[in-house]
Design a protein around this ligand. Structure first.
Ligand SMILES: Nc1ncnc2c1ncn2[C@@H]1O[C@H](COP(=O)(O)OP(=O)(O)OP(=O)(O)O)[C@@H](O)[C@H]1O
Ligand SMILES: Nc1nc2c(ncn2[C@@H]2O[C@H](COP(=O)(O)O)[C@@H](O)[C@H]2O)c(=O)[nH]1
Length: 449
């Protein structure tokens, strides 16, 4: 039976690996209760509970079971988030007593890192909401995502218009988070582009299954941002724009997603009504409902600490300029500046210099993105040790582990180089770790020593 490397609370395997036998492991993690570990299962103790992470390819398996070490009772928790598809050989280590880091053996580094949250704020909230034990998976992503932009404001104020202008001018910088909604599509609205138009019961089921970052009842319909909608944009290296109502903005503020929050106001209530009517997409009844809700939204938009910026959309172009200022962007970020183009026409030598400069800039961009997304092959078997914010991925013999342990002590630098020479160590750096369930855990770095 293969039991992946285990870590108990602050205990971290370092130096010579103790000779763990399965029975010892079971006893130390279970207070004497039988853990019934199968091939590829691993166990992690967190306080009075032992989390057994089942190494299986069976999609019907919950993947996790919890032993209460005081009572000997087993609980199958509600499992939220996206769990790893194939999940056999793996190693795990407990982080900050609130989440377990799991690394898949024999995998690519961009697919290998997963977190099982067991006691984070998100888990505590979900436990209260669902009244069950809850755990939640979150995929670890190497590198950082751009800070998303949340735009809120009453219906008809011009959020969609401003977002379209931004996406049209800077198509490679911004991507739209396509929300789910139960409202009917308007003419010209396409499924999967403007919204994912959903049946209420399907959307409610997806919400229960933890697929949404936020959701709210708006003007009598259900709207929500799925985890997938934001991740797709972030994974493409773009800034994700969310067009959501004030309730949604509030939920996002309280979540692990660090975003820029912008509230758009109309110059007057009369102008808002005029725009909503002129758009001609709602019935009279719906317009009245939206206008009633607008009053409350305009008040909530001023809630202290909720929005970072408030824009008044009077003159559209002026408002758009202000939005670009907030985002620190200008036309020059999308096109070659006209001033440069003039020089190119005038002078051949300058033209050459600028050409080289552009070449160098693009070389730098390619190199940087390559470094950020370099993919490693992880070995068939390895153990993990935690040293401060760094996880050492060790696939060598026990003696080599010892040598590496010496390396992290500055007194033993000689051993360090020897260890690195004899055995390639990989490091997963968690010091810039951000986010987490129900989205992804980003800001990780992985490198070979
Ligand atoms: N500054 C402006 N001046 C005049 N009309 C505007 C201005 N900004 C937007 N509009 C118009 O107002 C109408 C509503 O704009 P838009 O659809 O972008 O609003 P919205 O905030 O996205 O609404 P909803 O929340 O209902 O989707 C559109 O017809 C748009 O062309
Ligand atoms: N909380 C959320 N609000 C959302 C989301 N997507 C859109 N919205 C807001 O709904 C209203 C109405 O939109 P409409 O397209 O029917 O006019 C508007 O204020 C949007 O900002 C969402 O995912 N979550």
């Amino acid at each position: 039976m293969l039991v992946a490397f285990l870590a108990v609370e602050d205990f971290v395997l370092m130096g010579k690996a103790p000779a763990f036998f399965v029975d010892d492991v079971q006893r130390s993690f279970s207070n004497g209760f039988d853990l019934k570990l199968k091939d590829f299962d691993s166990a992690v103790a967190v306080g009075n509970k032992t989390y057994v992470i089942c190494g299986t390819d069976d999609p019907t398996s919950s993947g996790v079971r919890i032993l209460n070490k005081l009572t000997g009772e087993w609980v199958i928790p509600t499992v939220l988030g996206t769990k790893p598809e194939s999940f056999k050989g793996h190693s795990c280590v407990l982080l900050n007593k609130d989440r377990i880091l799991i690394m898949k053996h024999n995998s690519k580094s961009n697919e290998s890192v997963w977190f099982l949250e067991v006691d984070t704020q998100f888990i505590r909230d979900q436990k209260k909401k669902l009244g069950t034990e809850v755990v939640s998976w979150s995929k670890g992503v190497i590198g950082n995502a751009k800070r998303p932009l949340v735009i809120s404001g009453p219906s008809g104020v011009g959020k969609g218009t401003l977002i379209n202008m931004l996406m049209k001018e800077f198509p490679s910088m911004f991507g739209f988070s396509v929300s789910h909604t139960t409202r009917a599509p308007r003419q010209k609205e396409q499924n999967g582009v403007h919204y994912h138009f959903s049946e209420r019961n399907v959307m409610e089921e997806d919400i229960r299954n933890g697929k949404f970052l936020e959701h709210a009842a708006v003007h009598g319909n259900l709207y929500g941002t799925s985890i997938e909608a934001v991740d797709v944009v972030a994974d493409a290296g773009k800034t994700c724009i969310l067009d959501i109502d004030v309730q949604g903005a509030r939920s996002m503020r309280a979540s692990s997603l660090e975003a820029t929050f912008v509230f758009v106001c109309p110059p007057s209530f009369e102008e808002l009504e005029k725009r909503l009517r002129a758009r001609g997409t709602e019935t009279e009844e719906q317009i009245e409902k939206r206008l009633r809700n607008a009053k409350a939204e305009l008040e909530q938009g001023r809630s202290p600490g909720l929005f970072d910026h408030v824009l008044v959309n009077n003159d559209l172009d002026a408002c758009y300029e202000q939005l670009k200022n907030i985002l620190g962007i200008s036309e020059s970020m999308n096109t070659v500046p006209t001033s440069r183009m003039c020089i190119i026409k005038k002078n051949q030598v300058t033209r050459l210099i600028i050409y080289r400069l552009c070449k160098f800039e693009s070389f730098l961009r390619v190199t940087l993105s390559y470094t950020a997304s370099k993919v490693f092959d992880l070995p068939v078997d390895f153990s993990l040790s935690k040293v401060n914010e760094k996880i050492l991925i060790n696939h060598g013999a026990a003696e080599q582990k010892y040598l590496y342990t010496s390396y992290i002590d500055p007194l033993y630098k000689y051993h360090a180089s020897k260890a690195c020479f004899e055995n390639q160590f990989m490091v997963l750096d968690l010091s810039s770790m951000k986010g987490g369930s129900p989205g992804r855990t980003r800001g990780l770095e992985m490198y070979v020593l």
